[in-house]
Ligand binder design. Sequence first.
Ligand code: NAP
Ligand code: MG
Length: 496
Amino acid sequence: MSQEKLQFIAGERREGSSGKELSIIDPSTGETIATGVGADVSDVDAAVAAAKAALPGWASATPAERSDLLLRWADVLRARSAELTALESRNGGKAIKLADGFDIPGVIDNVTFFATTARNLEGKASGEYSGDHTSSIRREPVGVIGSISPWNYPLQMAAWKILPAVAAGNTIVLKPAELTPLTSLLFAETAKEAGIPDGVINIVTGRGSVVGQALVEHPDVSMVSFTGSTTVGKQVAATAAGSVKRVHLELGGKAPFVVFEDADLEAAARGAVAGSLINAGQDCTAATRAYVQRPLYENFVRRVAELMDEVKVGPADDMDTDMGSLISIKQREHVAGMVDRAVEAGAKVVRGGRIPDHTPQGGAYYEPTLITDAAQDSEIVQEEVFGPVLVVLPFDTDDEAITLANDTPYGLAASAWSSNVFRTQRATREIQAGCVWVNDHIPIISEMPHGGYKASGFGKDMSTYSFDEYTNVKHVMSDITGEAHKGWHDLIFTGH
Ligand code: NAP
Ligand code: MG
């Protein structure tokens, strides 16, 4: 166990000022891996002041200068990727295979992506639209960004906030989830090692309701970007309204997984298992509700159950482990509670629904769980479980499938499985979600946007679309006639 300074402000690790000790836990064993002191409002003030001080220099650096630093940062991250992988796995109870094959390479790819796009920020228009003026568009940084991230993919979620913001010339204060700050802190340190100036990236670790709240309220913060639950996202938006801040919200999800009768059954069953159990189901785009057309339903349930039996649940640091623990015992209680209530309401547990026997004592493990016979309007179908739980329900007609897929408050991601191009085209058009996969579920890529519809929020992470969140569009209109008496003045007075 180490003693850690859990704040990174103006280029240095610092102790928090709250006086409250925070224990950082490895949820796959229940052991404390680090202790440190949480931030209070004065630390938020210091971090925002550092970001504000760094803003003029960073915003006026050339795109090439920012790009060079991001490329160097990617090199530092590659050199330290084993350390980041081990830490991400340990702090999240996440199977190290996942951290090694997804989280850390994904982050490094994001850094290189934003290093290149940093040089391509452009406005759309330059022309004489009025006839008498040249109009042009400037894209300018918004200012100091306040960002708040969740615990499920701690480093990826931090990176998705930090990278487009700093690539576009903003400076940032990020508050990671109190449970999982360690890789965000190391990420900020590696940015310094690469030469990114002090104050451009700051991290404050502490309770959301105190530290997160203070960041959202802060008068020198120009924009808030938040990834987390819909409930907290609503509070953040309401608070941000008080000071008219721009808000970007990436919220909860409840992705439907629609399997038509002409789908490849094996591909769909494998996709459903991988898509629902990735990161122990603690994934906002995870497959949570599989709707399967009646002729395939029985075989689909049977095959998914067989494949779930093959998934190895075990210690996060074992390369043979497929699925590690949940983030906390509290989260496991939440998941188990939802499964138990589903059963009370008449659903059947086909696999799982319990704590596994052979996992380490003190770890927050839960078995891969397959549920059938749940009602569409029941809690298990409508609300986020955020655990390794897949519900499978039958449908008869294509119309019904689309209606059911759209029948939750969320709209983050979805998938449609069929060998008929007309069916999948219709599904991609009619399912209300920020991403619809066809014959797959989960893959993401730096070039393409990630973001929600409906109660899943608004705005985009990743891709060049994220620059729409992190830049202000300025219209510059310059007279090109050189005349003192302009035609439009006649609207006001007719002097000669
Ligand atoms: P959460 O409970 O909403 O917390 C998210 C972050 O907000 C944490 O850093 C939390 O801090 C902070 N927070 C809590 N109360 C706050 C307040 N009043 N003001 C400001 N900040 C506050 O979410 P979570 O449990 O960490 O993560 C799971 C959720 O994230 C799920 O709903 C999931 O769907 C969503 N998610 C969405 C996406 C997406 O891209 N749409 C991606 C990943 C996760 P503390 O926890 O430290 O108190
Ligand atoms: Mg939470």
